[in-house]
Design a protein around this ligand. Structure first.
Ligand code: SAM
Length: 218
C-alpha cells in the first residue's frame, strides 16, 4: 500500500524514500548544482568556505562530500526520513544533519556560516522575502549564498502551487517560487546581497531543461 501523504514533511518523506542514494564522491566529481551528473559548475562556487550550511539537503551527499573535504558541514531538512537516512549514512564523517524547516532553523541559529547553499532544495520552496533576510543575517560578512533550482516556465512567475498528494488524495499544498534570472537578482540585491549573479546553465542537450543558478555575497 502506498504511503499516505498528509502534510508537507510527509510529501518530502515520500520523496526521500523514493529517490536513489547518491555517493559523495560522485557529487564531488560531478559538480552537483545541475540535474545532469558531471555537468555545470562545481563546489568552487562556494569559494574557500570553512563552514557551510545546506538548506534542504535531501540525500545528504553534498553535505557529506564537503565534510569529507574538511569543511565544517551542516545541513537542515524538514523530512524526518531524509534526516534519519543522512545521519545513518554520513553521520560518521562529522557532518551535522538537523531536522527543521529552514526558516525556523535560521531564525533560531546563534552562529554564522561562510557559505549557505541549496541544491534544488529549500531555497525555491520558501518565500524569498522570508528566507533571504535570514540567510543574509546568518552569513559571515563576505560569505556566499548559492542555490540552484529549475528555471521559470515562461510567463509563470512568483509562487507556484501544486497538489503534493495528487488530485484525489489528501489536500497537501506544496509551494515553490520561480522567476527569470533578472528578477532573482533584484530580489537578492533588495535584501542586501552584493556581487549578485543569476544565470541559466544550459542543459547538455539543446532544448532540454536547464538549471537556474544564483550566487550572491553578504
Ligand atoms: C528536491 S529535494 C533536493 C535535495 C537534495 N539536493 C538532493 O539532491 O537530494 C528538496 C529537499 O528540500 C527539503 N525541503 C523543502 N522545503 C524545505 C524547507 N522549508 N526547510 C527544509 N527543507 C526543505 C525537502 O525535504 C527535500 O529533502
Amino acid at each position: 500500500m502506498p504511503d499516505a501523504t498528509t502534510d508537507v514533511p510527509s510529501y518530502w518523506d515520500r520523496y526521500a524514500r523514493g529517490v536513489a542514494p547518491q555517493d559523495p564522491g560522485e557529487v564531488l566529481a560531478s559538480a552537483g548544482w545541475t540535474q545532469y551528473p558531471g555537468h555545470g559548475p562545481g563546489f568552487e562556487l562556494l569559494g574557500e568556505a570553512v563552514s557551510a550550511l545546506e538548506l534542504g539537503f535531501g540525500r545528504g551527499a553534498a553535505v557529506a562530500a564537503l565534510a569529507s573535504q574538511g569543511v565544517k558541514a551542516t545541513g537542515v531538512d524538514l523530512s524526518p526520513a531524509a534526516v534519519d537516512r543522512a545521519r545513518g549514512q554520513w553521520g560518521h564523517l562529522g557532518a551535522e544533519f538537523h531536522h527543521a524547516d529552514a526558516v525556523e532553523f535560521l531564525a533560531g541559529a546563534d552562529q554564522r556560516w561562510e557559505a549557505i547553499y541549496s541544491v534544488w532544495g529549500a531555497a525555491w520552496f520558501t518565500e524569498p522575502g522570508t528566507l533571504f533576510p535570514l540567510v543574509h543575517d546568518r552569513l559571515e560578512p563576505g560569505g556566499r549564498f548559492v542555490f540552484s533550482c529549475a528555471p521559470a516556465v515562461p510567463g509563470s512567475y512568483g509562487v507556484q502551487g501544486m497538489y503534493g498528494a495528487g488530485f484525489n488524495g489528501r489536500r497537501v499544498w506544496v509551494y515553490r517560487w520561480a522567476y527569470e534570472p533578472e528578477a532573482w537578482e533584484e530580489i537578492l540585491a533588495g535584501h542586501g546581497f552584493r556581487q549578485v549573479r543569476v544565470w541559466e546553465e544550459p542543459a547538455p542537450e539543446p532544448d532540454h531543461v536547464g538549471t537556474l543558478i544564483a550566487s550572491a555575497v553578504r
